[in-house]
Design a protein around this ligand. Structure first.
Ligand code: PGA
Ligand code: ZN
Length: 441
């Protein structure tokens, strides 16, 4: 007897910024399976389109149309096809892509389609009576032998469009590469986070410990070196010197202005950098701090800057990650490969809109010899889907914000559950540690 969908429902719920998002619930004979869709703030131009209603309610951010598209179009169409979920997710996803018919999912909405894709993945896993990470791993063309537990990159200082300070760079991340397990790495990061809080109170007063969209602190600082000095001091104060590496996501498309970069875009005084000057700034930071990863150092269409900086980043052994540049889209990945513009894919499931396409993007990145870095969005929910996805594709690292705020720690907590479960199942898993970039190979 095949496992078919007996019902597909959607509802409007809230994300971590208090903005509406799509929740989907599918039903099979195994039970009900839910998913809630995330949403970005520093969105790239090449992402799949999430439908927003416009109008008065929720300042135009309602998702009632996307909800109706699930209830009235996608649900009935899927039910009519009677897909056997024991055979996997691809047929469901590629059917929805066809049903939408657009190149960017703007017809039915990437938020509608992704919610169904995620919920159906959970239903597929239940049909096969296996954990979600096992199911998602079975969807890969080329299975890796052993599970790898990822290194979490914790965004402990928030800037850019995720906070109200004048820091232009969006994310300063700490990665416990020296830990023996993710459980230990999370403990260390939580200790550094608390030390950072004390240092911020001492330096800027208690009013400065407000946090940004991803749970990191947002003290009144402007220069990237100020952020990095605070982080280094916190690592030292927590007694974890030498155990962490650092990643930065400037999210530079947000401050790209007519060919230059305005690091003063959040203040009244412009601070214009040419791309060469910005590259020099990155170089000076890389020389001084234990930075191993740079994401979107240049804007999504500033190909020449990406290309010339990639030569430098390779020499310095820095992972160069494309977020807005690639938008988890194979067409953009091919463009970047041709241009030799970067060597790592930031994987955000809602940038492309189905789990099958996200997995295909990761596999294409691997074929190119790249690494893959899984990511949450700044507008999140307590849905922990990406924890399972990261383990399934074996990519060795993910970012899910600070070790703080329910929607951020949901993913880290799930990863600790998975680590324990893999041990109990004797599956010979390992923590990616220093080899986070090439954990899959
Ligand atoms: P976003 O931020 O979800 O607001 O796009 C995350 C990122 O830029 O990586
Ligand atoms: Zn980014």
């Amino acid at each position: 007897m095949p496992t078919i969908l007996t019902s597909v429902k959607a509802s409007q719920r809230l994300d971590s910024r208090g903005k509406p998002t799509v929740q989907v619930e599918v039903e099979t004979r195994d039970g009900k399976f839910r998913a809630i869709v995330p949403s970005g703030a520093s969105k790239g131009d090449y992402e799949a389109i999430e439908l927003r209603d416009g109008g008065e309610a929720y300042g135009g951010n309602g998702v009632e149309q996307a909800v109706r598209n699930v209830q009235e179009i996608i649900g009935p169409a899927l039910s009519g096809r009677q897909f056997d979920l024991e055979l996997g997710l691809k047929d469901v996803d590629y059917f929805m892509i066809k049903l939408d018919g657009s190149s960017d999912k703007s017809d039915l909405g990437a938020n509608a389609i992704l919610g169904v894709s995620m919920a159906c993945a959970r239903a597929c896993a239940a049909a096969k009576k296996i954990p979600l990470y096992d199911f998602l791993a079975s969807e890969l063309q080329s299975r890796h032998k052993e599970y790898v537990v990822p290194v979490p990159f914790f965004n402990v200082l928030n800037g850019g469009v995720h906070s109200g300070n004048t820091m232009a760079f969006q994310e300063f991340m700490i990665a416990p590469t020296g830990a023996a397990s993710i459980t230990q790495g999370i403990q260390w990061a939580a200790e550094v986070y608390q030390a950072l809080k004390s240092i911020i109170i001492k330096k800027f007063g208690k009013a400065a410990i407000g946090i940004g969209d991803e749970g990191g602190f947002a003290p009144p600082i402007t220069r990237p070196s100020e952020a990095l000095d605070l982080i280094m001091a916190a690592i030292e104060a927590a007694g974890h010197e030498g155990r962490f590496r650092i990643g930065i996501d400037p999210a530079s498309s947000e401050f790209y202005r007519d060919g230059d970069y305005d690091l003063g875009f959040k203040s009244d005084t412009p601070q214009r950098y040419t791309s060469t000057e910005l590259a020099d700034l990155y170089r000076s930071l890389v020389d001084k701090y234990p930075i191993v990863l740079l994401e979107d150092p240049f804007a999504q269409d500033d190909w020449d800057s990406w290309k010339s900086f990639h030569i430098i980043s390779k020499l310095a052994n820095i992972e160069l990650v494309g977020d807005d540049l690639l938008a988890t889209n194979i067409r953009r990945i091919e463009m970047a490969a041709k241009a030799d513009a970067c060597d790592s894919l930031l994987l955000k499931i809602n940038q492309i809109g189905t789990i099958s396409e996200a997995i295909a993007a990761a596999e294409r990145a691997y074929e190119l010899g790249w690494s893959v870095f899984v990511s949450h969005r700044s507008g999140e929910t307590t849905d922990d889907f990406i924890a399972d996805l990261t383990v399934a594709i074996g990519c060795g690292h993910l970012k899910s914000g600070a070790p703080c705020r329910g929607e951020r720690v949901a993913k880290y907590n799930r990863l600790m559950d998975i680590e324990e479960e893999l041990e109990a199942r004797n599956l010979g898993s390992s923590y990616a540690g220093e080899s986070f970039r090439h954990a899959h190979s």
